[in-house]
Write a protein that binds this ligand. Sequence first.
Ligand code: GTP
Ligand code: MG
Length: 550
Amino acid sequence: MIFARSCYLIHDPSLPWTLTTKPTKPKSPLALTPRPIANSPPLFISRVLNQETPLSTAPLIHTVEEEEEEEEEEKEEEVYGLVNGVAGTVSVDNNPPVPSTRYKKKKKLDEEDKSIEDRFKLRNGKEVFAEKAYLVGVERKGATVDLFSIEESLKELGQLADTAGLLVVGSTHQKLDTPNPRTYIGSGKVAEIKSAVHALGVETVIFDDELSPGQLRNLEKSFGGDVRVCDRTALILDIFNQRAATHEASLQVALAQREYQLPRLTRMWTHLERQAGGKVKGMGEKQIEVDKRILRNQIGVLKKELESVRKHRKLYRNRRVSVPVPVVSLVGYTNAGKSTLLNQLTGAGVLAEDRLFATLDPTTRRVQMKNGNEFLLTDTVGFIQKLPTTLVAAFRATLEEISESSLVVHVVDISHPLAEQQIDAVNKVLSELDVSSIPKLMVWNKVDKVSDPQKLKLEAENEKDVVCVSALNGDGLQEFCNAVQEKLKDSMVWVEALFPFEKGELLSTIHQVGVVERTEYREDGTLVNAYVPLRFARLLTPLRQQLCKS
Ligand SMILES: Nc1nc2c(ncn2[C@@H]2O[C@H](COP(=O)(O)OP(=O)(O)OP(=O)(O)O)[C@@H](O)[C@H]2O)c(=O)[nH]1
Ligand SMILES: [Mg+2]
């Protein structure tokens, strides 16, 4: 338990709580660092221990009773040693030595050490300590807006916790008309969770919905001890923080974290007042103001830096757009198989794994079809139900790429029992982005996992704009590419142009970027009927005029 809190010593040095003086007389290791739990955002839910070693688990102060107990044990040890000494000469089977209290205690400690040892795990190349987590959800009576049932939502929260490197040891939920403004759940439920938390040695309680700063504070106070409370948003932010690999993704996550943190700063410094016996009332309050200012400054700096990174990326994108190859975006629920599909079609080598939010940064690769046609395929960050608004806002620029594509491909894990709800959740996020006018294609992925793939394929045929694939084994990929080409026509324009022989380069480009329907070789050149991107059609204007003249 002591070292579980060592994480509070592990934090971004730019964060406010590293900037003030430490209390002079610490009572416990916790008091060494202002404890950002009550209302501050739990920036590091999982224990990233590669920067800091855990504090010793040995108790620092021995009580009188403990000393007496130890003396007793020492005496016992002597006797036990003697018995052992004698037993050495006698048959061990006939006289098995009786283990002393100290021996039992040592064995217990060894077992505890082992179970603690087992909780150190590698996550994204970093060693984390799998803290014991307990999940709590609330089902709103008569709510029709929730896509997922409470059990389903808690199961997903468990997956999120596992992705973040936590060890889920239990969960509970409650049906409520309206959440309690003080503690979100009712007082009886708080008491029930408190006993479960203490019985199971839980270190973090995670709520499935976003909690207000006051609710976080009151719940932590109610659970007591070192139990930390956080919500789904903080957990997702933590996963994003662990996964951010590029500069832009790190900036976006840092911005989202600070925006989440800002309203939750209250009372982070009240320990100063407590330690000074309440003589310096207002000290904590002043500190909150200082911290808020620091956070606001950091948010400003991050926004500016993001702006410049984005300008650079936009420039790159514009350069890409000047080559008029159509762009197809893959969107979908996290873990649907978007990256696997991109990898299969392009050999991109993007990380694809059975964890939530494997991808944070968009990756674009060229797909070359057998008939010579090409399109650019972009893999994007996955969506999830109850996606924190701070994250959508922070990732808006990345998601904007979707709104600039010619086709949006919605990848669905059709083998998932909640496929339909996941589709609705994705559509909900898409409706927040400006993509309604972009043609869409749906891909039912993971057909290899369903019990009757043939039946599913027939079902897909009866649906409009749906293709069945298995991104993992490559089944249906040709059909997918054909469907993409067909759908791309929706965002293209129909042209008829005459390519004189000296314009051979343009003629090969039209085969690359457009969908050529008819080619006729004439004396004065090649006559082509095709669907082409608007940008390319404009390049063809002189050739179309040429056709009118001839
Ligand atoms: N059986 C089966 N598994 C698949 C298929 N496609 C993907 N998977 C698996 O599903 C898991 C998730 O795949 P990803 O490609 O990482 O999913 P994603 O949509 O990119 O996920 P995020 O990046 O988290 O949004 C991986 O373990 C894949 O191997 C498929 O067609 N069949
Ligand atoms: Mg991915």
